[in-house]
Design a binder for this molecule. Structure first.
Ligand code: HSE
Length: 425
């Protein structure tokens, strides 16, 4: 099988290295010799993480997608502009395409898969979600007897690395982000990681596969981790929770919840102990019940593992390329986030005066919201205090009402921090 690669960066270089290391055993497994014959790179003279002595390099990516001998194109450059054109061209030229590009699939996947079906080629994207974890294959194959009820996951390695280092080593957000960039975890624009866009793209893909719907990336409620402070992390710890950045997709009646946001999870839940760049996706199916998929969510060889597994699927002819793995789609409307019921963590900054706590609890009473736990701590010599509250399960609209009422009060000193609290297992 002759392969062409678009991009020899972290993932492309990892693919070449893993094929070099494991090519012989993959050939024994499949009976097919995989040869990377051509790779498009931005600058031919640049140093690489892989040996390119047997690969012809070009600076023209169209040479790869138009090459008559290439059977499969690996799209590992990212982006949605030129890349979309390259993938469309490869498909039209009758080549299978494997991509790690979640942005491309989340935005244009519906059309690209239809085009692949029309041209009788495969478009596979296991590496686009959760790096090396075979979560798409698990949903499409291993869990295919189940009706999926929900999934919840840590699906951005950079964000998880940042939250873990902040919690365990008390490190500064920006300093950890720089390290994540140097380790090759972060996106070219790391705001995609810290503002949750990367996770929202991955969640849209997972939900479409799990529920058999079209991709609905533009409807995912998305909140990043940039406003999570060390104080929030420490208060959560004091209350027995860990803050994780989660993507959650849940079937509710004829609708689905699609949301990405920081979440407090009890330390006793398995997913609370998934640290560093590791990702994990918890899936609830009606036959199997709960199952958990755990592994490296980013990095050279971990992501290469998923790309090459897709190559082997093409060799074995295993994956059918219907619309996102389903022969027909179900129409599930995305539920408006304001109507979602959840427990919440709230952190208020207030003047520490007589009667303030009574006023706050009065506002909670007015909205019929019960307080599960409460911490009060004086934080400075100006007599300002943090009040940290965990609520019972309430409607998001009521929490927004409480936020507005407290922020309008004379004792309030800052915007209220609001973080979801979820139980998953
Ligand atoms: N930037 C992504 C992450 C890479 O940190 O998870 C893998 O998709």
């Amino acid at each position: 099988m002759k392969v062409g690669i678009l991009g020899l960066g972290t993932v492309g270089g990892g693919v070449v290295n893993v094929l070099k290391k494991n090519g012989a055993s993959i050939e024994r497994r499949t009976g097919v010799n995989i040869q990377v014959i051509l790779a498009a790179v931005r600058d031919i003279k640049q140093d690489r993480i892989c040996d390119t002595s047997n690969i012809k390099l070009t600076e023209d990516p169209f040479e790869v997608v138009n090459h008559p001998e290439i059977d499969v194109v690996l799209e590992l450059i990212g982006g949605t502009g030129l890349t979309k054109k390259l993938v469309e061209t490869a498909i039209k030229n009758g080549k299978h395409v494997i991509t790690a590009n979640k942005a491309l699939i989340a935005k244009h996947g519906n059309k690209l898969i239809q085009s692949a079906n029309k041209n009788k080629v495969r478009l596979l994207f296991e590496a686009s979600v959760a790096g090396g974890i075979p979560i798409i294959k698990s949903l499409e194959q291993g869990l295919s007897a189940n009706k999926i009820e929900s999934l919840a996951g840590i699906i951005n390695g950079t964000g998880n690395f940042i939250l873990t280092e902040m919690k365990e080593k008390n490190r500064d957000f920006d300093d950890v982000l720089k390290e994540a960039q140097s380790l090759g975890y972060a996106e070219a624009d790391p705001t995609f990681d810290v503002e949750g866009i990367d996770a929202a793209q991955k969640l849209a893909i997972l939900a479409a596969i799990a529920f058999g719907t079209e991709l609905q990336f533009d409807k995912v409620f998305t909140k990043g981790i940039s406003n999570i402070t060390t104080e929030d992390i420490n208060y959560a710890t004091e209350l027995g929770y860990t803050i994780k950045h989660l993507g959650i997709a849940k079937r509710v009646g004829n609708g689905i919840e699609l949301r990405v946001h920081p979440t407090l999870i009890s330390n006793e839940e398995l997913i609370a102990n998934v640290n560093g760049v590791m990702n994990a996706v918890l899936v609830k199916g009606d036959a199997l019940g709960t199952s958990l998929y755990y592994g490296a969510g980013a990095g050279e060889e971990a992501t290469a593992s998923s790309v090459i597994a897709d190559l082997i699927d093409i060799i074995n002819n295993q994956t059918s390329n219907h619309i996102l793995g389903w022969k027909s789609q179900e129409k599930l409307t995305v539920i408006d986030t304001e109507s979602i019921d959840s427990e919440f963590y709230l952190r208020l900054l207030v003047s520490n005066m007589k009667g303030v706590l009574a006023k706050i609890t009065g506002i909670f009473h007015q909205y019929n919201v019960s307080i599960e736990e409460l911490i009060q701590k004086q934080i400075d010599e100006n007599n300002n205090a943090h009040i940290v509250i965990i609520t019972n399960k309430v409607n998001t609209k009521d929490i927004m009402g409480i936020k507005a009422a407290i922020e309008a009060s004379e004792f309030n000193q800052d915007n209220m921090q609001i973080i979801h609290v979820e139980s998953l297992d």
